[in-house]
Design a protein. Structure first.
Length: 207
């Protein structure tokens, strides 16, 4: 394990080290304070494939807080989930979207408590990958139709759609803006994703 805090290795003794290191999805280990204790090679490969390097490796090395990598919109959700997994000592599973400009991608997350002290292992696996449905893809759009009175774009942090400035119930998938990010883009949740994340059913059951 090339990127693992020495004290964290003993917590992974029940796992096959080769399986963790060769897992196709990104895996991270967290200390009780949500700082990074382990990242498998796929963590860095995913970042590289999605244009995150070298920034990700520089900003989120061992000992960095994972909370700084989670957008403010979803940070309360994940902090509650991690805290409840630690308290209950039970795994939790979750599906989330992280699409590329060309492909619809849905991932499966497993949060595994490792000890009563609060260490966690978080495993992300690609569950669905397919080309976007052409009927759901908007062509290059006029930005002025999506910028609000403050000249800001609102982008859903889960499905990555953009909110129309006039018809604010309309959220469009615009791949060109994902591939070539615009300025003044702010995180948000579209109504469908808000219902998904803010529902109590998404949080771990209390014991």
């Amino acid at each position: 394990m090339l990127c693992c805090a020495p004290e964290f290795r003993s917590l992974l003794e029940d796992f096959n080290p080769a399986a963790l290191e060769h897992h196709a999805g990104s895996i991270m280990g967290l200390w009780p304070d949500n700082t990074l204790a382990y990242m498998n090679p796929a963590w860095f490969l995913f970042s590289q494939d999605n244009g995150g390097e070298p920034d990700v490796s520089m900003r989120w090395e061992l000992g960095a807080s994972i909370s700084s990598a989670i957008g403010r919109v979803l940070l309360p959700f994940y902090m509650i989930v991690f805290a409840e997994c630690r308290r209950a000592g039970r795994p939790w599973e979750h599906a989330y979207e992280c699409s590329s400009p060309e492909m619809f991608r849905q991932f499966h997350m497993r949060v595994l408590p490792l000890s009563r002290n609060g260490e966690l292992l978080i495993v992300n696996s690609l569950h669905v990958e397919r080309p976007h449905d052409p009927s759901n893809v908007s062509p290059d759009c006029e930005e002025s139709a999506y910028r609000d009175e403050r000249n800001q774009l609102r982008n859903c942090v889960n499905c990555r759609r953009f909110r129309h400035a006039v018809d604010q119930d309309r959220w469009d998938w615009i791949p060109a803006w994902i591939e070539h990010p615009r300025e003044q883009v702010f995180d948000a949740l579209c109504p469908i994703c808000a219902d998904y994340y803010l529902s109590g059913d998404r949080q771990p059951p209390r014991s």
